[in-house]
Design a protein around this ligand. Sequence first.
Ligand SMILES: Nc1ncnc2c1ncn2[C@@H]1O[C@H](COP(=O)(O)OP(=O)(O)OP(=O)(O)O)[C@@H](O)[C@H]1O
Length: 304
Amino acid sequence: MPAARQQERLVRLDDAGIRRKGRWLVRGVSFDVTRGEIVTLIGPNGSGKSTSARMAIGLLKPDEGSVDIRPGLRVGYVPQKMQIDRTMPLAVERLMTLTGTLTKREIAAALAETGISHLAKAEVQDLSGGEFQRALLARAIARKPDLLVLDEPVQGVDFNGEIALYELISTIRDRIGCGILLISHDLHVVMAATDTVICLNGHVCCRGTPEIVSQSSEYQRLFGARASGALALYSHHHDHTHLPDGRVLHADGTVTDHCTPGDGHHHGAAVADDHIHGPDCGCGHDHSRLTRSDALQKGNNDAR
Ligand SMILES: Nc1ncnc2c1ncn2[C@@H]1O[C@H](COP(=O)(O)OP(=O)(O)OP(=O)(O)O)[C@@H](O)[C@H]1O
């Protein structure tokens, strides 16, 4: 692909935020996706990944900041949840055309690309989890999108299937030359397939290339031989916690309605996937900071 085309910016979010019912769902979100790039959003449940992705493709308008989408951008989107009536007979090739017409040739090419040509006439309700994800991917790439947005594309897929699907996503990027915005919880494999990782937790917590992160000494110390994913991105110091009611508890004990991009990193929520810090956990973090359970308890007390 020519270099100029590769640098083509497809979408840019600049300090974008979404507010609902008096609460910021995400705030201060800035990132670009350029052609040929795979950008992955990671973060705990409810951290704003889907909301940010939906802003990036114009399904949600930001309440502050801006989202610039290249004029005429063709988007292929696989949402996290699909409303498909599993009791209705629906063949895979019909699923492909539910949201617009496609030629037989386009359908055949997309099914071949995703390795499910043999399932063209199969009923969607009979597909395995991995086959269903491939069918959704086929539908999303059939119109040769400029930007492919995949919200948790490996849900319900076993470990080997996950790796195969990520490889497929990279192959599709190379062949179609699209940009890809990926949302994933699969930190152990997401590193391999990604150019840029963005860690969200109500705002952008940190970002970086997988290579730089995986070579850091803290990464090696934290995760050693079992480290093959983006877990290292979760190893930085976090200095505030989002409370269940949406307010923010800061390291100095103060509670505010929301965090801001300048707040620094979160404590606990993102680290909790592995352990709660204590004097013996050996992870190298600053243990004078509040543990997640301490922080939550303190926040709850403050709220009373
Ligand atoms: N329309 C809405 N009104 C109010 N709150 C909303 C709305 N949509 C989403 N939320 C809340 O915004 C937060 C972010 O949701 P979002 O779906 O973006 O998170 P996520 O990071 O994709 O989560 P998950 O990993 O669980 O899929 C959640 O707390 C969610 O409950």
